[in-house]
Design a protein around this ligand. Sequence first.
Ligand SMILES: [Zn+2]
Length: 268
Amino acid sequence: MWLSDHRLFLLCIVCGLYFSLQFTTGHADSNAGRTLNQEGGDHQIHCSRERSRTAWKIIQEYLMPFVEKEKYHISKRCRLHPDNDIYRDQEQHKFHTDINEWQCGFCKKSFYEEKHLDQHFDNRHSNLLNLSESQCIADVCGALHCDHEMNSGSKKSKCNPAAAAKNKHLCESLADSCFPVTEGPAASRLHEFFLHQFCDAHSCTGNRKPFSRGRRKKTNVFYIFVSILLVILLLLYYLYIYLYQRGMKRETQVLKRVSQASRKKKPS
Ligand SMILES: [Zn+2]
């Protein structure tokens, strides 16, 4: 009787501990969820992190090099401005420290895969998303050819004229809001560029491809390092040859003088 009471008591303690643990972890998550709901409803659920990332990558590779060249500043009204990407802050706190290591910049926790870090951001740091002001940059994916970028290599899907027209319209409105032609020659040039780079390809007729004006050229640091090293080695080699030949000349001159001196001495 005493033994069964004792077991029951232990079972109660274990159950109590388990439920209190469940409560604390669940409590933290529900807190994060509540902040999210308070700030902007379920915005986060409708905004794809992956597509936002692709849109950001396209902007960085196919647009920004040309914007920087013109020394033009994109305004916040433009949907391509970094402030209009709700995931920007989180993505900037993502560190790929090793092949299989992704670190959270907020709490320094590490993960084997990027998707697990994304999950961690959703679960633990969603209260840091600026939902009140920021927009979902993935919403302009249609105009920026995200599908083309994400599915490069796979076979082309059939062109839908209605979708192409809708994307072209969105694309042209981006060109107007980001690079208003009234803002001077740089804005006008970028407006023209944007139409060619992104908007012209939104058509089922004609064979125009997106990003016709090219992308950011990646300079390989390793390549530059090896080139510099080769040049230094080549210079050292020629310097050695030069010094060696100069040394040889001197030596022969000295030898000549010695032999001449000895010849002069011999007859006497
Ligand atoms: Zn974290």
